[in-house]
Design a protein around this ligand. Structure first.
Ligand code: DGP
Length: 120
């Protein structure tokens, strides 16, 4: 855990968030500034700043994050029409919170672009 990290604070319940899923390795909560009707952030409890900081030992954890995404997608009834996962990595991608997270977006047709922003 990192003392200054807002997602670590959410994970440790020091900061409020609308948590929709948690287990021993993963926590998921609604994005404070949603870009789609369903916009959930899926985060590992382990503080990994960016995808570039992944280590070999994190391979299984990355798989779990994706399985959790499917579970949440089904719970929010996105499994028929689908959803998008986005991982912003570093400043050029617009990453603002340096604790690895998957954006799960769905509930409306998303533009055929991989760009970040309101049109994701
Ligand atoms: P990014 O680092 O750009 O991949 O996105 C970070 C996202 O985190 C952004 O969409 C807004 C969201 N966010 C930032 N601070 C908070 C917070 O305190 N609570 C919640 N629920 N979401 C936050």
């Amino acid at each position: 855990m990192s003392a200054e990290c807002i997602f670590c604070k959410i994970i440790n319940k020091e900061l409020d968030a609308d948590i929709v899923y948690e287990d021993d390795q993963v926590v998921a909560f609604k994005d404070i500034n949603p870009a789609a009707p369903v916009h959930i952030l899926i985060v590992p409890r382990k503080h990994i700043p960016t995808l570039l900081d992944l280590e070999k030992e994190d391979a299984e954890l990355m798989g779990r994050l994706h399985l959790v995404a499917n579970e949440i997608a089904r719970a929010f009834k996105l499994d028929k029409k689908g959803y998008r996962l986005v991982i912003n990595t570093g400043p050029d991608a617009g990453q603002i919170v340096f604790h690895l997270h998957l954006h799960l977006l769905g509930g409306r047709p998303l533009l055929q672009t991989i760009a970040k922003g309101r049109g994701v």
